[in-house]
Design a protein around this ligand. Structure first.
Ligand SMILES: [Fe+2]
Length: 307
């Protein structure tokens, strides 16, 4: 009997111990999840952070996708210009020789301007204005009022003369690189200027405003020659930023000098004070632009002055 009582007391103690431990556990649990709810808060924060990270990862993937689409679209642009070679006759063979597909897209800029789109195109028509309008910019690198000009149906090619052409006198003709002596500028009807620079092409596209003939927009895209990029890797003296800045600097000259003068001409044309404009004999590109537009619109060519 005594043994039975001792066993029962022992069982009661064990039960009490278990109850006590359970109570302590509950207290600990309450401390963790009770009034201040710190664990729940932490869990909620962890969930929130996990969601935020997932959202960030998804949005980065989304941005990557869009960037990839954009890059494809930009690469597609120069490829489309390259495709135009097939429909551009003799000029097409020449464009093909530049192997335009090898250039890589290197950003773009765009700006709106208060003038008709044809006036913007007109600014790419001659170089005699370099020594005045571009006195402090392009005139440093180009001989103004010197250029070659050839028409190819609705398109044309201008070759601008770089001052660096003088250095070619010291080289054998077989070593000459045309892009160190001249800047080819191709006009592709109706709104494209493709400029083949030594570091890569610059593509200018001018768009009319469908609702406002006094307003237009330019989009200027830059492409780099992979050989130049490779050279940058080998030669630390060649600063890639400098090359990019020079390309963008060219766009700044168009915006801040050419287009400012052209927009000013637009104001003059709109005033009604001018009955007609005379294109000079040293402006063959301007004759060609406007006669081409007129021909496309079923209008007679510009009146020629016989002197
Ligand atoms: Fe200019």
């Amino acid at each position: 009997m005594k043994e039975e009582l001792a066993g029962a007391e022992s069982s009661v103690r064990e039960i009490r111990d278990i109850q006590k431990q359970a109570g302590e556990l509950r207290v600990n649990l309450d401390a963790l999840t009770g009034d201040n709810g710190s664990v729940r808060q932490l869990e909620d924060r962890a969930k929130s952070i996990r969601t935020t990270v997932e959202e960030l990862v998804n949005s980065i993937a989304d941005v990557d996708d869009r960037q990839s689409e954009l890059t494809k679209a930009q690469d597609g642009t120069i490829a489309r210009v390259a495709e135009m070679k097939d429909s551009a006759g003799e000029l097409g063979q020449e464009l093909q020789s530049w192997d335009l597909d090898r250039y890589t897209y290197h950003g773009e800029t765009s700006f709106e301007h208060a003038m008709n789109w044809k006036l913007a195109i007109d600014t790419f028509g001659e170089t005699y204005h370099f020594n005045t309008l571009h006195r402090d910019t392009l005139a440093h690198d180009f001989y103004g009022n010197v250029q070659m000009y050839d028409r190819f149906e609705r398109n044309h090619r201008m070759m601008l003369c770089l001052k660096n052409i003088d250095n070619l006198r010291e080289q054998q003709p077989d070593d000459w690189n045309v892009l160190l002596a001249a800047l080819p500028v191709y006009y592709l009807f109706p709104n494209i200027q493709l400029i083949i620079g030594y570091n890569g092409p610059t593509l200018v596209r001018v768009y009319p405003d469908a609702d406002n003939p006094n307003h237009s927009r330019s989009r200027i895209s830059f492409y780099l020659d992979p050989a130049v990029t490779e050279m940058q890797g080998r030669n630390r003296e060649i600063d890639p930023l400098d090359i990019a800045q020079r390309m963008h600097g060219f766009a700044d000259v168009i915006r801040d000098e050419d287009y400012v003068a052209a927009a000013s001409s637009h104001i003059g044309a709109q005033s009604g004070a001018i009955d007609y404009v005379t294109f000079g004999r040293n402006e063959p590109a301007l004759h060609h632009y406007h006669n081409t537009y007129r021909e496309a619109l079923g209008m007679p060519p510009l009146e020629r002055i016989s002197n």
